[in-house]
Design a protein around this ligand. Structure first.
Ligand SMILES: Cc1cc2nc3c(=O)[nH]c(=O)nc-3n(C[C@H](O)[C@H](O)[C@H](O)COP(=O)(O)O)c2cc1C
Length: 242
């Protein structure tokens, strides 16, 4: 596939033309989804052990049925630039999961990094459409410790480390060629360095959810929604209407 660039926007329409009747697209949830074996109704008892084991289990099941990037989550932050607060959303990968929360890694100087510095709260949504499942979390966000960032950094392939140094994430750049040149310069800069250090502008964030909702698609749009609210170490579980 060709690289997306700013001169070809809109020109691919013919190449990808598939009649798409958006209004007619409809999935009947709750009937054997891709071998998930999930014909039991999600209920409050599934949360008895806390939200984290169930989220982990759902990620594992998504992995088992071959869903691509089962740890991808859409992360929403808030921008206050321009006065009126506005939501901003994009996908990141969940790289850590514990009863404390979910961890993702990014550039601290990126748009989302700036937004989190101003408003340290976020919402994250996992969607596994093939399983008819969604999990939504929201809560306060803090930077991960330098130690845990360093541990994850060392696990990344060298190319990804070079990319993190080369890219000033979220800033405009004139062309693909300029980006390739930035990577070449970074590769040259670290040519003699075995262990590339963590860039000062890069690291993890921990989203500590105070609200987590598990959603399971069901027939007749009567989906199951179970919400957990966490406050002072206690959890309150409610069923919500679909
Ligand atoms: C499947 C997928 C996974 C992604 N994972 C990450 C990630 O873990 N960290 C990250 O910084 N960006 C990731 N991105 C890119 C982001 O969606 C986004 O383009 C980038 O972080 C810049 O966002 P911002 O300008 O809002 O800060 C991912 C994109 C996709 C499609």
């Amino acid at each position: 596939m060709r690289d997306l660039d700013n001169s070809s926007l809109g020109q691919d329409a013919a190449e990808y033309a598939v009649p798409a009747d958006l209004a007619a697209m409809r999935v009947d949830y709750g009937v054997a989804h891709f071998g998930s074996g999930d014909d039991t109704d999600l209920d409050e008892t599934w949360l008895a052990g806390g939200w984290e084991p169930l989220l982990r289990h759902w990620i594992e099941q998504a992995t088992a049925v071959g869903i691509a990037e089962p740890n991808a989550m859409v992360l929403a932050t808030v921008t206050v630039a321009g006065g009126t607060p506005r939501p901003v959303a994009r996908t990141v990968l969940c790289k850590g999961l514990s009863s404390e929360g979910v961890t993702f890694y990014t550039n601290y100087d990126s748009a989302k990094g700036m937004q989190l510095a101003e408003v340290p709260f976020a919402a994250a949504t996992f969607l596994w459409a093939a399983l008819g499942r969604q999990v939504h979390l929201r809560g306060a966000v803090e930077r991960a410790s330098a130690e845990s960032t360093a541990v994850y950094w060392r696990s990344r392939p060298r190319e990804s480390q070079l990319g993190a140094w080369a890219s000033q994430q979220s800033r405009p750049i004139a062309s693909r060629a300029e980006l390739d040149a930035a990577l070449a310069a970074t590769t040259e800069r670290f040519a003699e360095v075995d262990d590339i250090p963590v860039p000062p502008h890069w690291g993890g964030y921990l989203l500590r959810p105070d609200e987590i909702e598990f959603w399971q698609g069901r027939r007749s749009r009567l989906h199951n929604r179970v919400r957990v609210r966490v406050a002072e170490g206690r959890q309150v579980v409610d069923r919500l209407q679909p």
